[in-house]
Design a protein around this ligand. Structure first.
Ligand code: GYE
Length: 348
């Protein structure tokens, strides 16, 4: 876009982390990354990422930068919202001013996007949502979305907990669960929380607490330490991502308790979501994390595919879901059934 190209010298003055940005992950503080394709007809994409809270997020950012970065033929303006919706709204307004061709938004939470997305529509700039969703009455404020079925992830995890505990003969009322949730109001939190809460109600499990750990390791540690002080009978910890599970495991072990699936003998069973973080995968193979619901962060090529469709004048599906697996090294459950569909449990 012409206006964008005129702005390049100015934007380059803004401190950036640029080293080899095609594949590097920007730090928490990095504000913008730009790729200047020399082609006159190069498409400019403004990408508002919500933050850098987890390994999942870093992998997601990396995937987006690879898809739209150096050598991709695109111009990219990247903004890290640092976990604040206000920053993301400012970024979108900046993209509109710069007359980008597409806005890609990974929204922090679902509510509060109506005004700024209406502004994008008035400026005739298509918006593609990635990962989480927005909750707007008018679904035409965005072209399409790509991401995971978070409630299905939660339902799969609950089905695994049910199958496993039934298999080892633990009665439903003896399952004392705490849920360490993601940041409240995000689609990932809403879906995973709902998946567990409905299963707890239907199966008669004792869901003792739901507390947000903001998807970060530190908060996961703090929240778990506090929960252990509050309850002395926790035997299942449902962590809505791996980073919080790592923090929670640390807190459990620091309190002198053992993590593992032998809950009949006093172990505390930890389950989590993502399957991206190396430590979490290691914990899964050691049985410290009993089950992980995969959440795939590699959306860069998918978003690119959607933009290519729009460029060709095609209309993509409104909601594009990614297929995901369930991993467990704990023997006993080979498959689970959710809403009539069978999912194999992969060994880690
Ligand atoms: O599971 C978590 C991240 O929205 C799917 O956000 C994403 C979630 C992911 O912080 O680790």
């Amino acid at each position: 876009m012409k206006k964008f190209l005129k702005l390049i010298p100015l934007l380059l003055l803004i401190p950036t982390v640029l080293a080899g940005c095609g594949s590097s992950i920007p730090s928490e503080n990095s504000e913008e990354i730009m790729q200047d394709s020399k082609a006159d007809d190069a498409i400019t994409v403004g990408f508002s990422q919500l933050g850098a809270e987890s390994d999942w997020r870093s992998a997601n950012t990396d995937s987006m930068l690879k898809a739209f970065g150096e050598g991709s033929g695109y111009n990219l303006i990247y903004k890290n919202g640092q976990q604040k919706q206000a920053n993301q709204i400012t970024a979108i307004r900046m993209f509109i001013q710069q007359e980008v061709d597409y806005i890609v938004l990974a929204p922090s939470t679902e509510d509060g996007w109506e005004t700024v997305l209406s502004e994008a529509r008035e400026a005739d700039i298509p918006v593609i949502l990635v990962d989480r969703r927005v909750n707007t009455a008018d679904k035409n404020l965005y072209s399409c979305w790509v991401g995971s079925d978070f409630e299905l992830e939660g339902k799969k995890m609950a089905a695994w907990i049910k199958a496993y505990t039934e298999g080892v003969g633990i009665a439903p009322e003896d399952i004392h669960i705490v849920n360490i949730q993601g940041n409240i109001g995000s689609t990932a939190q809403i879906g995973r929380t709902r998946g567990l809460a409905n299963a707890a109600r239907d199966n008669g499990w004792d869901l003792m607490a739901e507390v947000s750990g903001d998807f970060t390791e530190n908060r996961g540690r703090e929240v778990m330490a506090a929960l252990l002080k509050r309850f002395d009978n926790i035997n299942v910890v449902y962590c809505e991502n791996d980073n919080m599970a790592i923090g929670a495991i640390d807190a459990i072990e620091s309190a002198g308790r053992k993590v593992g699936s032998d809950i009949g003998n006093g172990e505390i069973m930890v389950v989590s979501f993502d399957g991206v973080n190396e430590t979490a995968l290691e914990y899964a193979s050691q049985g410290k994390i009993s089950c992980i619901a995969e959440c795939n962060p590699l959306h860069g090529p998918r978003v690119r595919g959607l933009i290519e469709m729009l460029q060709r004048g095609e209309i993509p599906e409104k909601f594009n879901y990614v297929d995901e697996k369930l991993f467990s090294s704990v023997p006993g459950v080979d498959a689970i059934v959710v809403d009539g569909k069978t999912y194999k449990v992969e060994r880690k």
